[in-house]
Design a protein around this ligand. Sequence first.
Ligand code: GCU
Length: 315
Amino acid sequence: MINTRQVIDDFGRHVYGVTPRLKLAVTSKVLDYQAAFGAGSRSRHELTITGERGEHRLELLLCLPNIDQSPVFLGLNFDGNDAVLQQWPIELLMRRGYGVASVHASAIEPDRNGGAADGVRRILGIGPDDEGAPATWGTIGVWAWGLSLIRRQLTDYAHVQRDKIIAVGHSRMGKAALWAAAQDEGFAAVISNEAGCSGDSLHRHRAGEDIAAITTNFPYWFTSGYADYAGRDDELPVDQDQLLAAIAPRPVHVGSASEDDWADPLGQFLCVQSARKLNEGLGPVGFHLRPGDHGLLTEDWLHYLAFADTHLSGP
Ligand code: GCU
């Protein structure tokens, strides 16, 4: 049986950095609201987060179908909210009765070395040695914290089914979605699309990206001590199957692509299999493998819809 608290503590300490406990005021203002795809509405909201050292603003995109209340897929995006309207099959999701909420990850904290100085962390009043300082709290952890903050905000919107908010993310955003859902029981389920190394594939499988590569290219994603495990992946005190298992009893689904060697599809599959054993059947851990390369495709979303229809009993 997995000790969820212990697993979360260990991932905080060794991988993503410990999430500081922060109570912040968040206000929301509608920027615009319009009909979308003949299937519902699309609105943009400005969220203002007030910290000890000032305010930070984010734009939230919210697409909701024309039904009284809907489950919502909440995910961070790579290229901004306008791009999401082109990249995700929002009309299809809305027609199936689901809402979609998204925020540009870099609007929470820029996806680059030193991004902490220009993101939400700059207003939090966290000193260099405190939990949450750049050396101890990585950007993935900040994104995960941001996802929880947005989830709580979504529960204020009347048309959102507050107990059916699903964290979703592709690749680096999949890592953030898993970490967010593990820490925040308010997420009803989580979908990890090709999150790979430090997300949904096993370190101990030793294929694809490893700790040396990820901490060389993206040191700021993690707590600084994670890089000490470069070349010693097997010695990391945790592995990603434990993170997946810690989300139980809530459902998890992992999506993978046959040519996505960097994310290690076999390592993802083995991670899912092992998580199922670790959680002793407490929560479903789904998996699909589609042909092709790295990406979040409509084909993947069809799996995610089926998963949500089955495990959250749909809209
Ligand atoms: C890089 C990185 C991966 C990450 C991916 C992505 O390839 O090495 O860990 O998942 O970018 O976010 O698309």
